[in-house]
Design a protein around this ligand. Sequence first.
Ligand code: PLP
Length: 399
Amino acid sequence: LSTWSAVPAGPPDPILGVTEAFKADTDQRKINLGVGAYRDDAGKPYVLPSVKRAEQILSSSVLDKEYLPITGLPEFTKNAAKLAYGGESKPLVSNSIAVTQSISGTGALRIGGAFLARFYPHTKVIYLPVPSWGNHTPIFRDSGLEVKGYRYFDKKTVGLDFAGLKEDLQNAPEQSIVLLHACAHNPTGIDPTPEQWKEISDIVKDKKLFPFFDMAYQGFASGSTGRDAFAVRHFVSQGHQIALAQSFAKNMGLYGERVGAFSLITADPEEKARVDSQLKIVIRPMYSNPPLHGARIANTILSSQELYSQWEGEVKGMADRIISMRDKLYDTLVGLNTPGEWGHIKSQIGIFTGLTQPQTKALAERAHIYMTSDGRISMAGLNAKNIEYFAESVSKAVK
Ligand code: PLP
């Protein structure tokens, strides 16, 4: 008998399954809206020109391949924190932010989960928005936290269930941990307004909740890295000690390079030093130290004024292309007299929008259009060539 004969087969990854069905389809018109990665207007993966330039600079420099420190490339983490918190941020200026490089956003969340499980001095329960990114629950559960939910999405209005959100946060036990998507909520594409963020910040303060921000799309939502950091910076300005997971997968298109950062706001440099020392002890047995190349790319961009402004333009270009696809999709659906209310397609933020499950099924079966079965659509998969076919197919599917 094999040692592993009792291992049950796990369910397939819902997103990878979509890609496989797409690949097997031989129809010319087929569209894959399952992957959450940006595509250019020809439907191809996009390497940012600023990233290519950074790589040229790196390849012409004399660099070794020595290990990074456990918490990564120090200049990179400094610049990543500055990008998120803003150069004027009080805890940044007073050297009170403990920050470490991470294996992209997922790794940042995992380090945060493990650190909280070990050191958070109150009940180790984290509240996630319902729905949330599918990996949040297993990440925090595997980190040793108990996972619960707070209301977020209102199916009837295809908008934020703000009353439900407030009620659930107010009713959560004091000092619970609450996960907040900093911008471009995945999968709903619905974010609180700045006024709503201020109210959320007040509730978090009243109830002494611990805010853990996941910022996987800074710049990708509005086209401006500063505007997309509003919630994070507002919370910090209100004196919240936040945890923050950052990813450079989307905004620099560095998906497979796995570039991210995890940070915690501490009281002062002395406390920061103690937290830093424990972050190292959390990370060392997980993967020893992070990969080098992606952090060098990101740091080359973040530390050069010229490359930085080029990059900002490219982030805006990606965001604008998606926003223009939203406008075009809305106009075409309305132009075809498609039954239903489609305003949310234009008001949503980031790369995702949604359809119902029966619509999704009809699109896959009749129109060669693939997406995750919860109806999440990656807008990045739409382009000038396929958007009309897509809109017509949706229109048919709902009629
Ligand atoms: N958080 C959210 C909400 C995401 O959508 C993603 C990626 O899809 C991530 C975190 C982490 O991605 P990565 O580990 O590639 O940075």
